[in-house]
Design a protein around this ligand. Structure first.
Ligand SMILES: Cc1ncc(COP(=O)(O)O)c(C=O)c1O
Length: 381
């Protein structure tokens, strides 16, 4: 069993094997020096669209911008409401506010902690323009049930796929499930850049064109000096696109490794530590390994003592954040009750089986009545 430090995510080790390929693409970019809009951007966009089994990808500056640009591209703005799960990173709601619309926070399902489709349906009103299906922790939301709601009411279905590169639901890839999807390439994501980055993925070519224009100062394609709409600057740098192109080649292998590690966690987690459930139709890519635990403080103290990294995603649901107080509309009990009991364990394709065993052993010691489970039956991440 390893006894060294176990980081929450080991970014340096994750990219070490790609060093040669990365050196080569960096050199290529330095040589042509087209740091904005270089050929690597277009190449990555078409590879990523293909990977997502969709039609178009537009590289942008980060995942928050990707969400905002999708909303703007769909014409969502002042006077509109957008249904958003409260259990998400605040960027989902911030993007809605950035276009002048109001987030309408809804609760999540008790097992998976993903957006509750019934709650989303109940939240639809005369001003609702869209629902954001956040694919949290690497597992997709139940999109077919959300799709039934959006189709019935003529709403847009937007995927926040920042944590779900490569995930599937009923066989279909994240990025191909909604009208458009927003991806983040923040370094710690399953597909991460060496800085900020993001993409909008959609099968709607006209929407992709609008997003591309909005993200590039509203510039017309036929004449770079003509600005037909008021846009902004939110582009994916050539260097980041080059890095992402290299890393995309390893994404499926890394995701498969994450699945193996989760299977090991499931086998070794002590009683009292329950993995967040996985929908039977979901094929998760385990961006995060989130468990529920009665007393996370005791567990985190033990993990700290053993030099093991951890995280909490997320300790405060969005509707309880001061920044979004004006949009809070009563209790959202499932998210509120889950928040004080969740803990994210180390998850990185570079973790070893011994690392996972060590994390589980430390957790077991931190529990008063911890006993390893006989088997993993019935425990789905
Ligand atoms: C669910 C979710 N949405 C949106 C974002 C925003 O992405 P970015 O940090 O690239 O702006 C993130 C990532 O941090 C995220 O996890």
């Amino acid at each position: 069993m390893s006894t060294g430090r176990i980081p929450f995510l080991d970014l340096a080790a994750t990219t070490a094997a790609l060093r040669e390929d990365l050196d080569q693409v960096w050199a290529q970019v330095l040589t042509h020096a087209r740091y904005i809009g270089g050929p690597e951007v277009e190449a990555f966009e078409s590879e990523f669209a293909r990977y997502c089994e969709s039609r178009a990808a537009v590289g942008v500056a980060n995942g928050t911008d990707a969400l905002e640009l999708v909303l703007a591209g769909l014409g969502v703005g002042a006077g509109d409401e957008v249904v958003v799960p409260t259990n998400t990173f605040v960027a989902t709601a911030a993007a809605v506010c950035a276009v002048g619309a109001r987030p309408r926070f809804v609760d999540v399902l008790p097992g998976t902690l993903q957006i509750d489709p019934d709650a989303a349906r109940a939240a639809v009103g005369p001003r609702t323009a869209a629902i954001v299906a956040v694919h949290l922790f690497g597992q997709t939301a139940d999109v077919p049930r959300l799709r039934a709601v959006t189709e019935r009411h003529g709403l847009a279905l937007i995927e926040d796929a920042a944590q779900a590169h490569g995930a599937r639901f009923a066989g279909a890839r994240a990025g191909s499930l909604g009208d458009a999807a927003a991806f983040s390439f923040y370094p710690g994501k399953n597909l991460g850049a060496f800085g900020d980055g993001g993409a909008v993925v959609t099968a709607d070519a006209a929407l992709a064109d609008r997003v591309r224009r909005l993200a590039n100062h509203g510039r017309a394609e036929r004449d770079r000096h003509l600005h037909e709409v008021r846009g902004r600057n939110s582009r994916l740098d050539t260097l980041q696109a080059a890095v992402l192109g290299v890393r995309l080649g390893r994404l499926d292998a890394d995701n498969a490794r994450r699945r193996e590690l989760v299977a090991l966690y499931r086998l070794n987690l002590p009683d009292g530590v329950e993995p967040v459930a996985e929908h039977p139709s979901a094929e998760a890519v385990h961006h995060l390994a989130v468990v529920r635990i009665p007393d996370p403080a005791a567990a985190t103290a033990a993990l700290d003592g053993a030099g093991i990294g951890w995280g909490i995603h997320y300790p405060i649901p969005c509707h309880r954040q001061p920044a979004f107080a004006e949009f809070a509309d009563g209790r959202l009990p499932v998210a509120e009750e889950a928040a004080p009991h969740i803990l994210s364990l180390p998850m990185s394709p570079t973790l070893t089986p011994a690392d996972v065993e060590q994390v589980c052993a430390v957790l077991e010691r931190s529990l008063t009545a911890g006993r390893p489970r006989a088997g993993a039956e019935g425990r789905r991440w």
